[in-house]
Design a protein around this ligand. Structure first.
Ligand code: ZN
Length: 123
């Protein structure tokens, strides 16, 4: 893969990382020492029963979003690590280079289209 493409993707990944972290920080606090672990803050609307129900509902929504965002952060970090190690853009199944267009559209893809299609057919 061309170095300028890698550079472009790296910039994009760092930007995505910043945005994901910001989204997480809106409702969760970062665990000290572990940069990718966030703890959702329990909302407090009041002590009435229906208010408590609302809190629980909001909390589960937050938790689901938190898990998705944490997964995204993890995927971004994995991709960034691979860039540093020079193994970025290699399919984890067939070890061939992943199509540049696919990586530009989805920077943390870790498999090529061929392998991905094969896997989906087998499911
Ligand atoms: Zn492959």
């Amino acid at each position: 893969m061309r170095p300028e493409t890698i550079k472009k993707i790296k910039t994009e990944l760092l930007q995505m990382r910043k945005e994901t972290e910001k989204a997480l920080e809106a409702f969760a606090t970062k665990e000290p020492g572990n940069t990718n672990d966030f703890t959702g803050t329990f909302p407090n609307y009041g002590e009435e029963n229906d208010e408590n129900a609302q809190e629980v509902e909001q909390y589960s929504t937050n938790l689901a979003t938190e898990q998705i965002l944490e997964k995204t952060l993890h995927d971004i970090d994995t991709a960034l690590k691979k860039i540093d190690q020079g193994t970025y853009g290699i399919c984890k199944y067939c070890h061939k280079e992943i199509d540049e267009k696919r990586l530009l559209a989805r920077p943390f893809s870790d498999s090529c289209i061929k392998c991905k299609n094969k896997l989906q057919k087998n499911q």
